[in-house]
Design a protein. Structure first.
Length: 301
């Protein structure tokens, strides 16, 4: 059985149909938030229910990077290459400094505690953008059960100069993955509200980003089926590679589904890595997978 489902001929140029999907590690309860460190040739990712972060080092294998991790979820790197992490347990976004110390980037909005920050991206101006659904406070499985102080699930931006947390979108059921277009004039945000509501949203929306960072638009870019778009990344041509129930789906910049990389588990998130950014690392339920493709990930920290 092939690891690929080709829906458009253009997809053949983005993959190597002879390259197999490799399982790098098994034993997680819910793998999420992969982030690649090219300078160290290693990948970090979260195992949320096990309250830990793991590290895969090229040629050496896997070890434990951080435990407890405060039920970490999404991860990225900032402009200085520092790790930025969403923590369900502490209901905050943090940055790991070069000396290993932790700096809080965001934990409240207008005096009220965030729900459970989920995924995060850093723009080229240094601003930190993150989603804040309530998955981490719904039960004790991926965080600590609690009532929402804010009363909704929103998208936020942290001003790089003042550190102010600004709400930029408030019409989501459960905002989840997010990424900027190559020119950063558009912001893609997924809504996974169907995870807890029959008939709820399971799509990616796209917003226009103004010079003052205000968002407009927000139309549906693509529906995800089966499953949801927990997390996604862009390649150098602006194609979106997103998680789904049956693997990784690839959409072109117009929202047309080009094809799929089939994974034997539900995929939560993914990232590009390797020396040439042409290895797709896939965090999927109980395991971490990798596959070599022809596309290259967009250059991000």
């Amino acid at each position: 059985m092939s690891d690929y489902e080709i829906l458009a001929d253009r997809f053949r140029k983005l993959i190597d149909a002879n390259a197999p999907v490799h399982k790098l590690f098994g034993g997680t309860l819910w793998a999420e938030g992969p982030v690649y460190f090219a300078d160290g040739r290693y990948l970090l990712w979260s195992d949320i229910p096990n309250d830990r972060m793991l590290r895969w080092v090229e040629g050496l294998g896997v070890d434990e990077f951080r435990r407890p991790s405060n039920y970490s979820n999404g991860n990225t790197r900032d402009l200085e290459g520092r790790l930025v992490t969403c923590e369900h347990g502490m209901r905050r976004v943090t940055r790991t400094e070069a000396d290993g110390s932790i700096t809080v980037v965001a934990e409240r909005y207008r005096g009220k505690r965030l729900n459970s920050p989920n995924d995060v991206v850093v723009r080229s101006d240094g601003s930190v953008w993150f989603t804040d659904p309530d998955y981490g406070i719904l039960s004790d499985y991926e965080g600590h059960k609690a009532e929402s102080e804010i009363g909704g699930c929103h998208v936020y931006r942290v001003d790089p100069a003042s550190g102010e947390v600004v709400r930029v979108a408030d019409d989501f059921a459960k905002p989840n993955g997010l990424a900027f277009s190559l020119d950063e004039k558009r912001l893609y945000v997924s809504d996974t509200g169907a995870s807890h509501a029959a008939g709820g949203p399971h799509h990616i929306r796209v917003f226009d980003v103004a010079a003052d960072a205000r968002l407009s638009g927000g139309e549906v870019f693509a529906e995800i089926s089966p499953g949801f778009s927990d997390g996604f990344r862009l390649d150098t041509e602006g194609n979106i590679w997103t998680s789904a129930e049956d693997g990784v789906h690839c959409f072109d910049p117009e929202g047309y589904l080009l094809g799929k990389i089939l994974i034997p588990e539900t995929v939560a998130n993914l990232t590009f890595g390797g020396a040439d950014r042409d290895t797709l690392f896939v965090a999927a339920s109980t395991a971490l997978y990798a596959v070599k493709i022809r596309a290259r990930g967009a250059q991000r920290p």
